[in-house]
Design a protein around this ligand. Structure first.
Ligand code: PLP
Length: 393
């Protein structure tokens, strides 16, 4: 084959989450949306805040040249200033606009960051279960993806297991908290332990180890505190996106922060710019850069997710399902009722229930339910969950 085989393989294998979502859309068209309980995709059901619409309308009045022109590759200075100011207010930091690179969402933030730091043959550690696209982005950057299981009882980072997995080739650890898929929020203590392990191991190996903190769910928490990772570990790079917090997944807008705590900050900032250039990710969507400057402090509407979380967890626990109580994000990690999550999923599918089996998250025996759906979907799905459980008694 003369085309790129790796790209072909990623295209041919498809994302199981998106395949299930496509199946769900087809079933909805065939039998009616109210009869399909699609928990597959992390697509927020909550509308974007009114302030976003107001800002779009204001921006639409700008002269077309001002509105649609290229921005600087790293983004508009006023937007980067607004983001830096907001972070500084919230985390008592002193970031500058130059520390930020605006991106097409977290996918671009993570890809660019990996390309900025990885050399061929490096290793990047992920905490399993993990967002499946991590493997794609890590391997594409030239690194090997090394899976380390989370602590099986708390789903916090198993720091001893991370210590054991670090080698002379480890370039980074990629974490996301609040976590997709289990909903765990890593505690300050857990992150401090991780930081201590990384400092000790990088000293022992004579190699810098970065902590990439992917945080698209930072604002979606149910009472938990989400520690600010750069204040715990110096070599942190933060990847953020407004896909979830402002319900803007299709608009592709986010950022990378290279905090000044990084000893090689200036080189890293240039490497991020260079990686954006290499990958063709220069100048995030200009309209949404402007919207961001207006909306950076608009609060996330967590209430609807909290209500869904309550309905889903109380409904499933009454039916005897085991799950991990989510502290954040909008996913429920439910134990499959048989060891083979795919076989469990196939039975669920026949009842028009569409969770995602855990295998593609690097962990057997569970399914992920995205509860960023309508409340009616959750309530309406309960008879099917009951029927599914009855197959196993
Ligand atoms: N990281 C995690 C943990 C996610 O769950 C997602 C999307 O669901 C992404 C990154 C990608 O986000 P974006 O749509 O902003 O590219």
């Amino acid at each position: 084959m003369s085309i790129n085989e790796t790209s072909y393989a990623f295209g041919a294998a498809k994302s199981s989450i998106r395949e299930i979502a496509a199946y769900g859309a087809a079933r909805k068209a065939a039998i009616g949306a109210e009869n399909v309980f699609d928990f597959s995709l992390g697509n927020p059901s909550i509308p974007a805040p009114d302030a976003v619409r107001a800002s779009i309308e204001r921006c639409a009045q700008l002269p077309p040249n001002a509105l649609h022109s290229y921005t600087p590759a790293a983004g508009l200075p006023e937007t980067r200033q607004a983001v830096a100011d907001s972070l500084n207010r919230r985390f008592d930091t002193a970031y500058a606009p130059e520390d930020l690179y605006l991106t097409c969402g977290a996918a671009a933030s993570i890809s660019i960051t990996l390309h900025a730091i990885v050399n061929p043959g490096d290793e990047v550690i992920v905490v399993a279960p993990y967002f499946p696209e991590y493997r794609v982005w890590i391997e594409t950057s030239g690194a090997t993806c090394v899976e380390v299981m989370a602590d099986p009882s708390t789903f916090q980072v198993d720091t001893a297991a991370v210590a054991a997995a670090v080698t002379g080739k480890t370039k980074a650890v990629l974490i996301d908290s609040p976590n997709n898929p289990v909903g765990a929020v890593y505690s300050a203590e857990n992150l401090a332990d991780l930081a201590a392990v990384l400092r000790e191991r990088s000293e022992a190996m004579g190699q810098e180890i970065y902590l990439i903190s992917d945080e698209p769910y930072r604002e979606i928490v149910y009472g938990a505190e989400v520690p600010w990772v750069p204040s715990i570990y110096d070599r942190t790079i933060v990847c953020y996106s407004y896909s979830k917090s402002l319900s803007l997944p299709g608009e592709r807008i986010g950022w990378i922060l290279v905090p000044g705590t990084n000893p090689e900050h200036d080189e890293l900032v240039l490497a991020v710019a260079g990686a954006g250039r290499k990958l063709g990710f220069v100048c995030a969507p200009a309209l949404f850069q402007r919207v961001l400057a207006d909306c950076v402090d608009v609060p996330t509407n967590v209430e609807a997710y909290a209500r869904n979380r309550e309905a889903l967890t109380s409904g499933l626990s009454k039916l005897g399902y085991e799950y991990i109580e989510p502290q954040g994000a909008f996913y429920l990690w439910v134990k499959a009722l048989e060891p083979d999550a795919q076989a469990f999923f196939e039975k669920a599918k026949l009842l028009e229930l569409l969770p995602v089996p855990s295998d593609s998250f690097g962990c057997p025996g569970w399914v992920r339910l995205g509860y960023c759906v309508s409340h009616e979907t959750i309530v309406g799905s309960m008879p099917a969950w009951e029927r599914l459980a009855s197959y196993y008694v």
